[in-house]
Design a protein around this ligand. Sequence first.
Ligand SMILES: Nc1ncnc2c1ncn2[C@@H]1O[C@H](COP(=O)(O)OP(=O)(O)OP(=O)(O)O)[C@@H](O)[C@H]1O
Ligand SMILES: [Mg+2]
Length: 456
Amino acid sequence: MSRILIIDDEPSIQDVLGDILRDEGYEVLLAQDGLEGLRLLKTEPVDIVFLDVWLPGKGGIDILAEIKSEWTDVEVVIISGHATVETAVRAIKLGAYDYLEKPLDLGRVVTIARNALQLEALRRENAALRQGQFLEDDMIGETEAMHRIREVVGQSAPSDSRVMILGENGTGKELVARMIHSRSRRSNRPFVEVNCAAIPDNLIESELFGHEKGAFTGAVARRRGKFEVADSGTLFLDEVADMSLEAQAKVLRAVQEMTFERVGGEDQIKVDVRIISATNKDIRKEVEEGRFREDLYFRLNVIPLSVPPLRERQDDLPALMDYFHNNLKKGHNDVSPPDFSNEAMKLLTEYFWPGNIRELKNFIERVTILVDEAEVTEETARYYLGEAGSRPFSDSSQREYDGMKLGEARDLFEKRLVERRLEANGYNIAKTAQAMGVYPSNLHGKIKKYGIEIKK
Ligand SMILES: Nc1ncnc2c1ncn2[C@@H]1O[C@H](COP(=O)(O)OP(=O)(O)OP(=O)(O)O)[C@@H](O)[C@H]1O
Ligand SMILES: [Mg+2]
């Protein structure tokens, strides 16, 4: 139901306007003056304001300016008994939707309310569309794990239940969160993301809950927090395990009661927000070791969803590669997808993919744009995997040890490790020894034992 706030000190106007709008099926809130109106706006979701320009205390035009700067998508209709052209023009310039004269023409009141609501809905939809542009990728993958994820997304999206998404870096946690939002009844409302790891501890409270002007040095104006911006939509708490315990306590209360105060403020702000959280940490361990509040964990983890690392769903690799190729082709007409040799494909399927899908996407982009040969060889593939390409490969590195005695395997592993670490440290013995936690003399001994070549 749409909500309309009437700010007018004349009881007769409140009655007449209130009655007709209620008859039309709107919920009506009343305020005697501008300040009361602003107070209500802070705590109640409102779609349209009918505002008298001639108000006791702070004038209507000032209130209009404040409303439009704070609540940009609330439409304001000005009412005036002493209609002057100047006031009307000024009001419209300040962002008023329309202008009504007393005595009120009730037919016009109804039309204006209807049109203003339509405009507001349209604006919200556009905002949602603009956000949707970030949802550039479809979710690709036909492995069991991916089907399971789609199933859980489908089941949990329509309800308001809280979902906690677990998975390594770049596995697609944010993509999953956006999918849940876009399939929920909140889809044309905001999807607001907060990266809890990126915000310094001392700012997180104000980032989440907003602050009043003057709440702390630098708070030059009132600001709405993410919880408020996400009202009636979805709030995505990304990297949620990286929040300080202090911030967790505040979030717990907000999550439980859907009520909070801005920093430096006293008003209770009520919101309706669906919360999706994500982390790449082992959150149960964080709970066990006292770094994450158990009560908050239970609140957020109503529906757990694990996104598997790419190395555990290698069967999806070809489809993902094709998909990223094709997307690139849309952007650059002249690129043709290179073919990968069998050896190159084998390399990619055995590779560990520490950066998961994000790494694969970057890799395909580099290869597609930079490689001229018709076929990508294993060597080229290894080259474009970059530094990471020289890290141990999951399966192949294990298979190498098959059939070896423990001593032999241990020596081979040690040799490889020393080689890699030396290379990573530019063959600086002191630096490598320190990084590996051994004495330089000890490292020298191993270099000699394994006949490792010191380059440069
Ligand atoms: N199944 C998939 N199909 C196609 N593209 C995907 C898939 N999963 C992820 N992507 C793409 O891979 C990139 C990384 O995904 P996303 O940002 O969702 O990962 P994340 O888990 O949130 O990563 P991080 O932990 O680093 O924040 C994005 O560009 C996303 O669109
Ligand atoms: Mg992410």
